[in-house]
Design a protein around this ligand. Structure first.
Ligand SMILES: *Cc1c(COP(=O)(O)O)cnc(C)c1O
Length: 228
């Protein structure tokens, strides 16, 4: 199906950029404080190339096989790849070959698999704001222990916390909780100042609560193609 010109990727990107800037102004924060990662999962490499031509440099993927193919196809572009999805330990070393940042680190076995010689990688520790372990992330009480483990693992640099706001809660409250957890974390890990939070439906609330890394997909890319 054709999308009308007024609803192009370029237009959506411009609108999201304006909304990000507006939320930053409301929050009294500097535009330099935030990195917008465009999540391109299920979209073809050609769309990533188009985004690159619109000035996008940070892209996010959540499935290894798909990401690996796109990275290879786009190796001529100076892109920073973020792995934002749940990651199986057995794929960790492969993902580390192309991803500069891994956003959903949530268990010691994954930390162990990611660590060691190779490209240094930045990691976010994912916090689970629900009671459902299938959502990924550690419970808030476990943050300190996993952070210690990440920091003591060669090759990994702890950037801060990552979270997905639960659907059944007010996003701003969820993000405020993450901010509190981050303040606590920074007492022991003063460099772990970043917050990866905010998606298409809630990035403004995330900015108001201090998000530094937004993971925005459909608001920019349009709906994801059906999985075939
Ligand atoms: C897909 C995905 C996003 C982007 O979601 P949208 O709602 O399309 O913006 C962000 N974070 C993670 C972990 C994702 O898997």
């Amino acid at each position: 199906m054709e999308t009308p010109e007024s609803d192009s990727v370029r237009d959506r990107l411009a609108i999201v950029r304006e909304r990000v800037d507006a939320a930053l102004r409301t929050a009294g924060r500097s535009p330099d404080d935030v990195t917008t990662i465009v999540v391109t999962k299920f979209h073809p490499a050609s769309l990533v190339r188009e985004l690159f031509h619109e000035g996008v440099r940070n892209v996010g993927e959540s499935r290894h096989q798909e990401a690996e193919l796109k990275v290879a196809e786009l190796s001529d572009l100076d892109l920073t790849w973020h792995f934002v999805g749940q990651l199986q330990s057995k794929k960790a070393r492969k993902v580390r070959e192309y991803a500069r940042v891994i956003h959903a680190v949530d268990r010691e076995s994954l930390v162990a698999s990611l660590g060691g010689a190779g490209n240094p990688v930045d990691v976010f520790l994912q916090v689970n704001l629900t009671d459902d372990p299938a959502r990924g992330g550690v419970q808030p009480a476990e943050v300190g222990r996993l952070a210690d483990r990440i920091e003591s693992t060669p090759g990994l640099t702890l950037q801060g916390l990552m979270a997905v706001a639960p659907l059944d809660a007010e996003p701003r409250r969820s993000f405020a909780l993450v901010r509190e957890l981050s303040e606590r974390l920074q007492r022991e890990h003063p460099n772990a100042v970043n917050l990866s939070m905010g998606m298409s439906g809630d990035f403004e609330e995330a900015i108001l609560e201090g998000a530094t890394h937004l993971r925005i997909g459909t608001a920019i890319t349009g709906n994801r193609p059906a999985i075939g």
